[in-house]
Design a protein around this ligand. Structure first.
Ligand code: GLN
Length: 488
């Protein structure tokens, strides 16, 4: 594994200087909500953070001594856990998410929390109530979302990696917009304990990183079953997991990839994405892979199915943010009902309110079959159709988003258009499979990302496939100018 992370260890060896640099750099990007100099023991989970700082301390391995940032819907004890919402702007996390804890145990150090669309709902990070995040590749453009802060922090060279969450594309789309790597793991491969729930059956904690090797190392460190998350799973039977050796998993064995399906997309892509998509298919064929363009007709219904299920789950998950159990409380109210109404009217943003109402509507008594039931049946169908692709192919290639990063205020990208544009990312969430978003080219000065999907638990195969194609795709510098075309 090649991973030049020494500059980051050197930086973190002088925390005060590094934190000053981070604050300065973030002034124009706006990726972070809180930046803090690591204090020994301040948010340590198993091991004192000070240990990680002293030349790798007792922790050894690829992550020892690396700084990282955490999307602010993932709990880090002692840090505010705002979820990008005014409602939770004062809440401090009383515990640390398992995924973060495992990274800290491996010697990595939290230095910042990052901005996001409120509760993860959006595709630009402009739905945050707490600040604006700009795309470091072009500050007039959005960084994508909802993990836009994490993607921007990595692309700006502020941190080598950051955590995000992916419910319908929120790791992969900002990764593509900012020109970094974004992994959405298999559902259940990483504990969700400590992730503030938006749509529980769809989401996973994921990683954004400056290199694919680092993304893989972070994933391997985070991934494990957790008794605190009943949906976290051991790898499938026969995987030899008793020994704890993930390498024995047959689905995950890095057997050479020969056949790749590429989703046929006949319309709706911008010229930039369409051009990079075509070039990439050609590059993969040139590399000796058999690439067939295929249709998956059920994907036409992926967006409506996703938004019905996501809104339904959000309406239940967000019910506790009511000013009583959690959240800002009005100074005076005449009744408990008024208190809840005032707290939610004032504390929640428009997109969140819309989804809560939509979710309540589709779940209302007597109508579940008409919307929610139907959406679930479409989901099952999509999962089956995608599964059958993997009976014949080792991986599935598709665009991440129809356009590169759009300009803030672009009228053609209103909230509705953004939701429709999730059509390429929601498939992996509906089917529960892993997907890796990677920079595939540069057009008009902006990065263009594509994604590779694989069958459940085959994250390792995605990285191996990307590694075998590494000389065909650009390695974009973080915090440096991009070369047009993206050739190496
Ligand atoms: N754009 C999607 C949404 O708004 C992405 C959400 C996510 O993955 N958190 O629902």
């Amino acid at each position: 594994m090649t991973m030049d992370t020494q500059p980051w260890r050197d930086r973190l060896a002088r925390p005060a200087e590094y934190i000053e640099y981070l604050k300065e750099r973030d002034r124009e990007v706006g990726a972070c909500l809180e930046i803090r100099e690591p204090e020994p023991g301040a948010h340590a989970v198993g091991r004192a953070v000070g240990d990680s700082l002293r030349s790798g301390g007792t922790a050894r391995g690829p992550l020892a001594g690396l700084p990282f940032a955490v999307k602010n819907n993932i709990a880090v004890r002692g840090w505010r856990l705002t979820c990008g919402s005014k409602m939770l702007s004062e809440i401090v996390a009383p515990y640390t998410a398992t995924a973060v804890g495992r990274l800290v145990d491996a010697g990595a150090v939290v230095v910042a929390t990052t901005n996001l669309d409120e509760f993860g709902m959006g595709s630009s990070t402009d739905n945050s109530a707490l600040g604006r995040t700009n795309n470091p590749r072009d500050l007039s453009r959005v960084a994508g979302g909802s993990s836009g802060g994490s993607a921007a922090a990595v692309a700006a060279g502020e941190v080598p990696f950051a955590l995000g969450s992916d419910t319908g594309g929120s790791v992969r789309q900002p990764a593509a917009f900012c020109g970094v790597y974004g992994l959405k793991p298999t559902y259940g491969a990483v504990s969700r304990y400590g992730l503030t729930a938006y749509a529980s059956s769809l989401e996973t904690i994921g990683v954004l990183a400056s290199s694919p090797d680092l993304a893989e190392a972070v994933f391997e460190t985070m991934s494990a079953p957790d008794p605190r998350d009943q949906t976290s799973v051991r790898r499938p039977a026969g995987a030899g997991d008793e020994s704890g050796d993930k390498r024995l998993d047959p689905a995950d064995a890095p057997s050479p990839v020969r056949r790749v399906a590429a989703l046929r997309v006949s319309e709706g892509l911008s010229s930039e994405v369409s051009c990079v998509y075509r070039d990439s298919i050609r590059a993969m064929r040139d590399a000796g892979l058999e690439v067939d363009e295929i249709d998956i007709p059920s994907l036409e219904y992926a967006v409506p199915s996703y938004y019905t299920i996501a809104a339904a789950e959000a309406s239940a998950n967000l019910a506790r943010f009511n000013g009583i159990r959690y959240g800002i409380r009005p100074f005076h109210s005449d009744s408990p009902q008024d208190l809840i109404m005032d707290a939610r009217s004032d504390g929640l943003g428009a997109e969140v309110k819309l989804r809560i109402m939509l979710g309540t509507f589709v779940l209302r008594s007597g109508f579940q079959e008409q919307y929610y039931g139907k959406a679930q049946r479409i989901r099952t169908r999509i999962a089956r159709d995608v599964d059958s692709v993997f009976a014949s192919y080792d991986a599935l290639l598709s665009p991440v988003f129809p356009t590169p990063a759009f300009a803030r205020g672009d009228a053609s990208m209103d909230a509705f258009a953004q939701r429709l544009a999730d059509k390429f990312t929601v498939t992996a969430n509906l089917a529960g499979i892993p997907a890796l978003s990677f920079p595939a080219g540069v057009k008009g000065g902006l990065p263009v990302g594509l994604q590779l999907h694989a069958t459940a638990f085959a994250q390792r195969r995605l990285f191996a496939l990307h590694r075998s194609l590494a000389d065909r795709f650009p390695a974009l510098p973080c915090d440096g100018p991009l070369v047009e075309g993206g050739e190496r």
